[in-house]
Design a protein around this ligand. Structure first.
Ligand SMILES: [Zn+2]
Length: 324
């Protein structure tokens, strides 16, 4: 594709609570932002109407004439090869043909779809903590645990756009059932709700404000609460086992950790680094470093744009390894 300096990508970040959109330029700047609540209880058409409204608002901007593509990062599972999504938290969409619908709603622009973990990875590789790393695992630790991979200098979405989904590899062989149907998954131990659940089960109690979130557990851990510290330490252990497995399989040299739970800081990163030394034992895996993500809440939009730009040859970004 012939590209110009003023080329833009319209980015969509679709989650269970909100649908965000932006026009993104070749330096990763968000020129316009739009946001709607996701009608998560609505039928397929109602959810798509919210997406179309976001696109319509972006299309009304003067800069729209510079838009060359649409990049979508969606809550998963996604199937980029079929252009469909089935987000767990949006029951109205099951095998919903999102790429075809967005293609029509955007007037026939090329559309690239990836999972939200892959989008965050594209953002961190382009502009954030994985910049300059040819082999990286990026992960979001939040209500769920997601992730993505950069291999050989390129985003590696996998055939369906889900590769690197570290939240659902098992690190506890006899562990609890996970919502995905598996057992002992990283997410079942290390997501925010599971950190809070375990802290409560071990005797931690919320303060007077009743806040029982992982953020409240982190504050208690910093203040020395043993049950709170133990729950974060166990989450760190699960994450470390997943990162070590990834480093051993595909030789990543950095693991970027973002999401709300990563905001706990050293309460998480301290034990995470210590456990990683224990699990990543072989010489070629032992050097993997853990660093916090840099892009924050905009990573989904920046990454959706980057994934599309890479796939379509915009902005000089390297193509995606999977050729989706
Ligand atoms: Zn799972």
């Amino acid at each position: 594709m012939h590209t110009e300096p003023g080329d833009l990508v319209a980015a969509l970040d679709i989650g269970g609570t909100k649908i965000a959109g932006a026009l993104v330029d070749g330096r990763g700047r968000l020129l316009r932002r739009v946001r709607r609540a996701t009608p998560a209880d609505g039928d397929a058409a109602a959810v798509m109407a919210a997406v179309a409204a976001v696109l319509g608002e972006l299309a009304a901007a003067a800069e729209w004439s510079g838009v060359r593509a649409v990049g979508i990062g969606s809550a998963g599972p996604v199937d980029a090869s079929a252009g469909c999504v089935s987000p767990v938290n949006v029951p109205g969409w099951r095998d919903f043909p999102l790429v075809a619908e967005v293609t029509a709603a955007s007037g026939g622009l090329p559309v690239v779809l990836v999972g939200d973990g892959v989008a965050m990875t594209a953002a961190e590789h382009w502009q954030g903590a994985a910049r300059g790393h040819d082999n990286a695992l990026c992960m979001v630790v939040s209500t769920g645990v997601g992730g993505g991979l950069v291999l050989g200098g390129r985003l590696h979405p996998g055939p369906t756009g889900n590769a690197g989904h570290i939240g659902h590899i098992s690190v506890d062989l006899d562990g609890d059932r996970c919502a995905c149907g598996g057992r002992g998954c990283v997410e079942r131990i290390a997501s925010g709700p599971n950190i809070a659940r375990r802290a409560l089960a071990e005797g931690w109690r919320p303060g007077a404000d009743g806040d029982a979130s992982a953020q409240a557990v982190a504050a208690a851990a910093r203040a020395g609460d043993e049950a709170a510290r133990a729950s974060f330490a166990r989450a760190a252990r699960a994450l470390a086992a997943g990162i070590a497995a990834t480093a051993t399989l595909v030789e990543v040299d950095v693991a970027v950790v973002g999401g709300g739970v990563a905001g706990a800081g050293e309460v998480l990163f301290g034990p995470l680094r210590a456990c990683l030394r224990e699990y990543a034992a072989l010489s070629f895996a032992a050097g993997v470093r853990v660093v916090p993500a840099r892009l924050g809440a905009d990573a989904g939009l920046v990454g959706a744009a980057a994934a599309a730009a890479g796939e379509l040859g915009l902005w000089g970004l390297p193509g995606n390894a999977s050729g989706i």
